[in-house]
Design a protein around this ligand. Structure first.
Ligand code: PXP
Length: 237
């Protein structure tokens, strides 16, 4: 059974627009979990543009499986170790980007990422690396010793939304999923996913988890968060 991680960053974006407490992030996490999310994903960005430190602390204090996305920095490592999420996913981070635009440059940061992964693994926290779908990144992920990789599906999603030929990109994802699985990595996918792209990707048997945020939260305006989660769960079944 494939799993759904619901990214609630953009509920925090909405809350922050008024600088008050509504919509409440802890309530959103509990609500999403109650309605079928297998885990809750949040990204504590260095500029704190959506999720704040207190959101992380509050959710980490529940028994909801929490996946924390974080940049590979000493500060973030310290914060994560203090809050002890169940899972972490290391992501690249640029201050000016609107969202996480690409996967990690593992070749440039091998040593640092290896050290961070080891630290979390020693604390029994599941580790994942957000990577572009290329075979070298899969091989390096294995060398680094991570439990999982999350394949960046942003390019595929854009091609599909623009009605362009996406078969080459889909093939890359399939090949990476297959190689990753054969090397013992757990395969996740995320970024830019909507109903259509998720349906296409759910046919790849090696993908065990999807992490979905922006579209899912946006769609909830029309259908409700619970119904939208249920619809995604049905698609990935
Ligand atoms: N996975 C990772 C690692 C991400 O950084 C993001 C974006 O924060 C997502 C999944 C979710 O992407 P989207 O909001 O486009 O669904």
């Amino acid at each position: 059974m494939k799993k759904l991680g619901v990214n609630i960053d953009h509920i925090a974006t909405l809350r922050n627009a008024r600088g008050e407490g509504h919509p409440n992030i802890l309530f959103a996490a509990k609500y999403a979990f109650k309605h079928g999310a297998n885990s809750i994903t949040i990204h504590l960005r260095e500029d704190r543009r959506h999720i704040k430190d207190y959101d992380l602390k509050q959710i980490a204090n529940t028994n909801i499986p929490l996946n924390l996305e974080l940049a590979a920095s000493k500060d973030m490592l310290k914060i994560a170790l203090k809050n002890k999420p169940n899972y972490i996913c290391i992501v690249p981070e640029k201050r000016k980007e609107i969202t996480t635009e690409g996967g990690l440059d593992l070749r440039r940061n091998t040593h640092l990422i290896k050290k961070i992964v080891k630290t979390f693994k020693n604390k029994k926290i599941r580790t994942s690396l957000f990577i572009d779908p290329n075979l070298n990144s899969i091989k390096l992920s294995k060398v680094i010793g991570t439990d999982c990789v999350e394949l960046h599906t942003g390019k595929l999603s854009t091609l599909i939304k623009k009605k362009l030929n996406y078969l080459n990109e889909l093939n890359k994802i399939k090949k990476c999923a297959s190689l990753g699985k054969s090397l013992g990595l757990e395969i996740h996918a995320g970024h830019g996913l909507d109903y259509k792209t998720t349906k296409i990707l759910s046919k790849i048997k090696e993908i065990e988890e999807f992490n979905i945020g922006h579209f899912l939260i946006g769609e909830s305006i029309f259908n409700g968060l619970g119904n939208t989660i249920k619809k995604f769960k049905k698609l990935i079944k």
